[in-house]
Design a protein around this ligand. Structure first.
Ligand code: NAD
Length: 421
């Protein structure tokens, strides 16, 4: 199939590269020509293991453009993979989705043949039917689900393992209201061999929010139990191991630390909270999930203060990305930690294998180093992201506050505090 992908961020770049690998012709549509030049030369615009190799291998099937109408006219399938960030009040900002819907609608007016538009960006239930479809019908003069197809296909990738997640996903969710769109998506995804869960567009949109809200809840729950375990001198990891053996609970994603960050959980839970309030439903659990998450990084500072007066001291930060194997720093737990250290008048020296450039835009005044070893020279070390290479460091004699449970630090550090163990 000839497929256009709008947005060359984490979701768009991975989706396009993986669909090219399945043999489809891909047109990446972006706004930043530098990123498009990279893609065209077989290089990923983001750090994601395996993505460079996939893009390079599939160069003959990949083109790039800033011309969205042209891309729509030259393809029969368009994936919307643009951002859906938070407004200041936590509600979802749909400006990017609205803008591309207008342009796609206009392009459809003069496009030959049938075209299917797939909303892959995370959008609240009802967005495709009450925002995307009306705009496209108005701009094109054509009827959705008859003259052109619209479908929902939420993304469940995990940054750091996104390519493997695409080819070995637990399930593919597709939301359609017409048989033709359903057939297109079935044809696209059947080769993956993953279970396809087919439902309506609204339900598909809600599945994405429910998944993220549940995973965020599992993490905040683990953190609350972890804080309790710490106060009782019990190792929460041993507790979760025992509890996770229950098939109803599962050991996956069940561990304590300093909370979740990234571009999805915080923003999606906040959007669901704001939407629930708009509908007159009080989201008590979701509120608590976010509150627990906001509090969790401060536990590291409290633990550090048990061992030193931190004013004027140099505190080392290991890890700035919101998770290992990613350069994404959106809502990284390093952000509230460094803010708290600045308030306490500590000096900060920080290291991350790939995320320093992205983090520098947020905190230009922090001292960054290109070696994890330099961070160990600080008065105390906070482990914020569980990069594998941090398990190769020599922590002997160091004061370490660990937010992610790195085994070597746990065994070797002179003074060691785990945040929930
Ligand atoms: P991102 O910010 O990395 O990428 C979005 C891209 O869309 C940007 O490159 C932006 O320039 C581009 N864009 C916006 N308007 C455009 C236009 N008019 N024309 C061309 N390009 C345009 O975001 P992301 O992390 O890839 O997420 C995209 C969507 O997928 C969001 O709704 C997000 O919630 C969802 N999602 C993200 C992840 C993840 O792990 N990152 C996982 C699942 C779902």
């Amino acid at each position: 199939m000839k497929i256009s992908i709008i947005g060359t961020g984490y979701v768009g770049a991975v989706t396009g590269a993986c669909l090219a690998e399945l043999g489809h012709d891909i047109v990446f549509v972006g706004r930043d020509t530098k990123k498009l030049v990279l893609i065209q030369s077989g290089k990923s615009p983001i750090y994601e293991p395996g993505l460079d190799a996939l893009l390079e291998k599939n160069i003959p099937r990949i083109t790039t453009t800033v011309d969205l109408p042209d891309a729509v006219r030259k393809t029969s399938l368009t994936f919307i993979c643009v951002g859906t960030p938070s407004n200041p009040d936590g509600s979802i900002d749909l400006d990017q989705v609205r803008a591309v819907s207008h342009t796609i609608g206009k392009s459809l007016a003069s496009a030959d043949g049938h075209h299917t538009i797939i909303v892959k960006s995370t959008v609240l239930p009802g967005t495709s039917e009450t925002l995307v479809v009306p705009i496209m019908e108005r701009e094109s003069g054509k009827r959705a689900f008859v003259d052109f197809g619209v479908a929902s296909n939420p993304e469940f990738l995990k940054e750091g393992t996104a390519v493997a997640d695409f080819f070995h996903s637990d399930r593919v969710v597709i939301g359609t209201n017409d048989a033709r769109s359903r057939a297109v998506l079935d044809a696209l995804y059947t080769p993956l061999g993953a279970p396809i869960y087919a439902t309506t567009i609204r339900t598909s949109e809600m599945i994405k929010y429910t998944s993220n809200a549940f995973l965020a809840t599992k993490i905040s729950f683990a953190n609350e139990i972890g804080n309790l375990c710490k106060a009782m001198g019990i190792d929460s990891y041993e507790v979760f191991r025992g509890v996770g053996l229950d098939a109803r609970i599962s050991p996956h994603f069940f561990r304590a630390g300093i909370g979740f960050g990234g571009s999805c959980f915080p923003k999606d839970v906040r959007a669901l909270i704001a939407y629930a309030r708009m509908l007159g439903v009080e989201p008590q659990i979701l509120d608590a999930v976010m509150d627990t998450n906001e509090d969790q990084p401060t536990k590291m500072i409290d633990l550090l203060k048990r061992h030193m007066d931190i004013a004027g001291k140099t505190i080392g930060i290991l890890g700035l990305a919101f998770k290992p194997d990613s350069d994404d720093v959106r809502e990284s737990r390093a952000i509230p930690l460094i803010r708290a250290l600045n308030t306490e008048r500590a000096r900060v020296i920080a290291y991350d294998p790939v995320a320093i450039n992205n983090f520098k835009r947020l905190f230009p005044d922090v001292t960054y180093t290109d070696s994890a070893q330099d961070v160990l020279g600080a008065d105390a070390v906070l482990i914020v992201t569980e990069w594998k290479e941090f398990d190769d460091l020599d922590y002997h004699g160091k004061l370490v506050i660990d937010g992610r449970r790195m085994e070597r630090a746990r065994k070797e550090a002179g003074v060691y505090e785990g945040v929930c163990w």
